[in-house]
Design a protein around this ligand. Sequence first.
Ligand code: NAD
Length: 423
Amino acid sequence: MTLVDHATDSRTSALEDAHAQLAEAVAGLGYDEGTHAMLSKSRRELTVSIPLRRDDGSIEVLTGYRVQHNISRGPAKGGLRYSPAVTLDEVRALAMWMTWKCALLDVPYGGAKGGVAFDPRQYSTAELERITRRYTSEILPIIGPQQDIPAPDIGTDERTMAWIMDTYSVSQGHTVPGVVTGKPLSLGGSLGRASATSRGVVHIAKAALKSRGIAVSGATAAVQGFGKVGRDGARFLADEGALVVAISDQYGAIHSASGIDIAALSAHVDVTGSVVGFGDADVLGADDLLELDVDVLVPAAVEGVIHAGNAGKVRARIIVEGANGPTSRDADAILASNGVLVAPDILANAGGVIVSYFEWVQANQSYRWEARDVEARLEERMLAAWASVNELARTHDLTLRAAATRLAVSRVTEAHRLRGLYP
Ligand code: NAD
């Protein structure tokens, strides 16, 4: 299968976007340069080499990162990404966004992120296990249930989390389920965690549609990415009566004006590994998906896909960011002036970290909640955050992203202020 080649002009980096968003929030809040500097720097960054014995006996050395952006509100929390596109700067940006997300949703964590720069699809299961265990042992000194708690992200899953938990537990001499979230259910994972990000995306999509006077039943949607977030996101949107007319992955895109059968597409992807070749839909240019005339566009793949070069062509009424950082700061300005409502990543995809928090609480208490409790508490937190972000946006004439970032930054700064500066 060949990868889609995307034009890379007109793009800013994720770190540039994250810094610009922070600078705007700091200016709006009237904070001084010292506070700005404290918020913009990672608290801790670790780069590690991961020597791997490949199945054929050869040795390869991969590079991994773990960045803890801020821990003023609690232990660091953030996903682990396996992708050839991983860089230290990307991990820094993602860690910063995690800080804001946790503060915005008021979960007692700081922000972190990890990554290893390689393509997991090119490695065997045994190799993936060795990479994960060696990466874990290299970052061992800075992770733990009270220090930093990884979770799945692009290219990782519950099996990866099980290997991390086991490696960490072996080093401690006893089982430590709270060191990761997104674990398999049989190892203390939470009911509802696997689909939590997608559920949260759909709670926000419904709230955004309502705010624009559009009924969810019959609303049209396009979803970029058919992984952990996009697949269930498309499913839940269809369950709500929306018509999911286009879906893409890294290999291509498909379109059907009458709506794609998500269950049938899932079965196709389980067999072939891609949405490409699905019988009951037409082929669509991968980037064309972003420019479809739909009610809701859900980018649920990678950062920077909506940028200065294509933002003016976006015809969706609403964008709900399942992915982290899919919209660049230049694109944000264009979308705002064109009246496109953007539900920002730190709000829209926060369902994952909310239920990760629930999983961590359950692990620390050795207790399991019912799925209905998890889902009800998830919805309550998502909608409360939606309401407070909208209120701030309305009263201060801000975009939802500017309001969400401002709210989050003020909470993190308040924690710094109350704790004081050591020594
Ligand atoms: P994943 O690896 O499970 O799936 C990624 C999907 O995106 C795959 O279908 C892949 O083929 C597709 N993709 C990659 N590049 C693409 C491109 N250029 N165009 C179209 N499709 C492309 O990853 P995931 O966990 O679903 O994460 C997706 C995004 O959501 C990331 O930005 C991640 O940081 C964010 N996110 C994930 C979670 C979570 O709980 N997994 C939580 C919050 C945010």
